[in-house]
Write a protein of this length. Structure first.
Length: 202
């Protein structure tokens, strides 16, 4: 016998602060332990969001001014380069950016253990992130380099930017072969071992 829930009921529980929210991994364990019907009766929301990189995503960051001031020409966060052609102390961290010393595919297929998406995840998690910046120096921005640590709470502004994260009828990538396929958006396991829905955008 199935359990019927309405959006109105679930939304009411969310507004009351009584909603039971679990991740996709957690709901699988709950179903294994107590069955589908009991889990469906208890759980209101299953989250499936991840920090998986989508090719257009990133974060605009405003670090605030140092003393003396610096016009950041080059910026690295935890050794991952960020784009600086915005303003004096602003940068854009793209989620698919990798550290400059990352071997990428020189040792195929590469491991891609850390990148821009991880930097953003670290900031959102409240962790300290190493900030390094270089500049050519001017009279109004005399400082030529800075190295410090930052947290999300310490910086002036952080804006997630996701221009292509919600596509209707977008493709879902799967691998039907017996061979693992390595893509720049992640690994596709053989024989439908996983599915990747991460818009590529054209």
């Amino acid at each position: 016998m199935g359990v019927e829930r309405t959006y109105a009921e679930i939304n009411a529980r969310i507004k009351e602060g009584k909603a039971v929210v679990v991740t996709a991994e957690e709901v699988i364990e709950k179903v294994r332990e107590q069955g589908l019907a009991k889990t469906a009766a208890q759980v209101d929301v299953v989250t499936t969001g991840t920090f998986g990189p989508m090719c257009s995503s990133g974060a605009f960051l405003n670090f605030g001014h140092s003393n003396p001031r610096i016009r950041m020409q080059k910026v690295w966060l935890n050794n991952v380069p960020a784009y600086t052609g915005i303003a004096a102390v602003d940068a854009y961290m793209g989620v698919t950016e990798v550290p400059e010393d990352d071997p990428t595919n020189s040792n195929y297929p590469g491991e891609f253990r850390y990148g821009g998406g991880h930097v953003i995840e670290d900031l959102v998690s409240g962790k300290e992130v190493k900030l390094e910046a270089l500049s050519y120096g001017t009279d109004c921005y005399p400082r030529k380099e800075i190295e410090t640590t930052i947290t999300l709470e310490q910086i002036n502004e952080a804006i997630l930017f996701n221009p292509r994260n919600a596509y209707q009828n977008y493709n879902c990538a799967v691998n039907l072969s017996d061979k693992t396929i390595h893509t720049y958006m992640g690994t596709l396991k053989p024989r439908l071992g996983n599915a990747t829905y991460q818009p590529q955008g054209n």
